[in-house]
Design a protein around this ligand. Structure first.
Ligand code: ADP
Ligand code: ADP
Length: 226
C-alpha cells in the first residue's frame, strides 16, 4: 500500500530546475532513502513532502489526499534535520512534549507517551528533567528522534540526520534508526549524500542527480554511483 505518492513533481526556482519530473511511490512502513550529491534536489523534494515548498508541477499525495493546498501542520509528519533544533535550556521532557502541547493533549497522557517514547529511543527515564544542553551529542540525537515520533506521525522525514555526528556515533545511530524502524513500522523518507548510510539503512533507494530520478531499486540492487 502506498502512503506517499510523489507524482511527476517538478520544482523550479526561476530558470533553475531543482527537481525535474520525479515520481516516487513510498509504501506503508518502508524505509526509503533519497541518495544524491549536493545540489541534486533532495532537500527540495523533502520540503515539498513536508509542505514548506510547493511543487511547480505535479502533485504529492499522502494517504491518497493531494496535499499541495495543505499547510505543514495538517500533514501529520515528524521531522529530524541536521540541525536538531532542540531547545538546549529546556528539559528533555519539555522538548519532547513540545509537539504534544501544540496539539493540546491531556498532560497525564503526555507523561505516559513520553515514557514510552524514551524507552523506544533508549534514553533513561530519569533523564526527563535534565536540560537537553547537558546531554551528549548522541543523547541529543535520541531526543530529536523522540520528539519527531512521539505523536505517531504518518511519516517521518530525515534530512541528513546523522551528518553532524562523529564517525563512531554515526555508526551507532545508524543501527539505532534501523532498530527504531523495525520496532515501529514507521514510514521513513530519509535524505543523504552518503552512500554507506543509504545502503546500511534503506529498504529502497531513489538515486537523484541534477533534479532527476536516475534509479529506484531495493538497496541490495543498488551498486556504485557516488
Ligand atoms: P540537495 O538537498 O540535494 O543538496 P537542494 O534541494 O538543496 O539539493 O537544491 C537543489 C538545487 O536547487 C540547487 O541548485 C539549489 O541551489 C537550488 N535551490 C534550493 N533551494 C532554493 C531556493 N530557495 N531558491 C533558489 N534555488 C534554490
Ligand atoms: P536545510 O536542511 O537545507 O539546512 P533549513 O533547516 O535551513 O534546511 O530550512 C530550509 C527552509 O525550510 C527554511 O526556509 C524554512 O522556512 C523551512 N523550514 C525548516 N524547518 C521548518 C519547520 N520546522 N517549520 C517550518 N518551516 C521550516
Amino acid at each position: 500500500e502506498t502512503v506517499v505518492e510523489i507524482d511527476r513533481v517538478t520544482k523550479r526556482y526561476g530558470s533553475l530546475v531543482a527537481v525535474n519530473d520525479v515520481s516516487i511511490p513510498i509504501r506503508d512502513g518502508e524505509f526509503m532513502t533519497i541518495l544524491g550529491p549536493s545540489g541534486a534536489g533532495k532537500t527540495t523534494l523533502l520540503h515539498m513532502i513536508a509542505g514548506f515548498e510547493r511543487p511547480t508541477e505535479g502533485e504529492i499525495y499522502i494517504d491518497d489526499r493531494p496535499v499541495s493546498d495543505e499547510p505543514p501542520n495538517e500533514r501529520n509528519i515528524g521531522l529530524v534535520f541536521q540541525s536538531l533544533a532542540l531547545f538546549p535550556h529546556m528539559t528533555v521532557k519539555e522538548n519532547i512534549a513540545f509537539p504534544l502541547k501544540m496539539r493540546r493533549e491531556d498532560p497525564e497522557d503526555i507523561d505516559g507517551q513520553i515514557n514510552e517514547v524514551l524507552e523506544l529511543v533508549q534514553l533513561p527515564v530519569d533523564y526527563k528533567n535534565k536540560p537537553v544542553g547537558d546531554l551528549s551529542g548522541g543523547q541529543q540525537q535520541r531526543v530529536a528522534f523522540a520528539r519527531a515520533i512521539v505523536y505517531e506521525p504518518t511519516l517521518l522525514l530525515l534530512d541528513e540526520p546523522l551528518s553532524s555526528l562523529d564517525k563512531k556515533l554515526r555508526e551507532e545511530m545508524r543501527s539505532e534508526l534501523t532498530r527504531i524502524h523495525a520496532e515501529t513500522d514507521l514510514t521513513i523518507v530519509h535524505v543523504t549524500h552518503n552512500q554507506t548510510e543509504a545502503l546500511s539503512m534503506a529498504d529502497r533507494i531513489a538515486v537523484i542527480n541534477g533534479g532527476a530520478l536516475e534509479q529506484l531499486a531495493p538497496a541490495k540492487e543498488i551498486y556504485a554511483q557516488p
